[in-house]
Design a protein around this ligand. Structure first.
Ligand code: MG
Length: 180
């Protein structure tokens, strides 16, 4: 059975919406996802706001209540019947997030067993046929077929196979033979 690794932040979980909401509230700004095209929030925010941007993520429970990306549950449920699904998240960047991420996955994706969670650092360690991720650097380090999940920060890139949303993911795998 072919194996698909799936990133969490900005692929399964809508981190940006909450991060941007807290940023706008704290700094009394009105940035929108459109303002972040080609750069993302970290690049759009001035240097003297980087520590606060990071503090939002470190706060207890930030990762606990993130919204699920539209259609992620249905599509992954369907794919899990044809493919081996592993969740691969760079959780070491925010060690506080480990417990929250575990509980979030159990709550929203209970059909994926915890033995298929990979809380990792460098994703080049992954061995799978596919990786769905919004970070180009993770796809470049990956030896299988990478699928770039669209996020404002990566919208200008043209060198990757792109999926814009979970319905796009479903369409991509329709024509893939799980046993090949
Ligand atoms: Mg991500």
């Amino acid at each position: 059975m072919r194996r698909i690794c799936v990133d969490m932040d900005e692929v399964m979980a809508d981190l940006l919406t909450e991060h941007l909401r807290q940023y706008n509230q704290h700094f009394e700004e009105e940035l929108t996802p459109e303002d972040l095209v080609g750069k993302g929030l970290w690049v759009a925010a001035p240097d003297d706001r980087q520590l606060q941007l990071r503090a939002f993520l470190d706060a207890e429970g930030f990762f606990e209540d993130l919204p699920v990306m539209p259609n992620a549950q249905e599509v992954l449920k369907d794919l899990s019947e044809r493919f081996e699904i592993f969740i691969a998240t760079s959780a070491m960047v925010v060690p506080n997030s480990l417990g929250s991420k575990y509980r979030w996955l159990r709550r929203h994706f209970s059909f994926i067993p915890p033995s298929h969670y990979v809380f990792c650092g460098d994703k080049s360690i992954l061995r799978a046929d596919y990786l769905i991720d919004d970070q180009p650097r993770n796809l470049l380090a990956f030896e299988g077929q990478g699928l770039l999940y669209s996020a404002p920060h990566n919208l200008m890139l043209t060198e990757f196979v792109r999926v814009n949303n979970w319905l796009d993911v479903a369409r991509y795998f329709e024509s893939v033979d799980p046993a090949a």
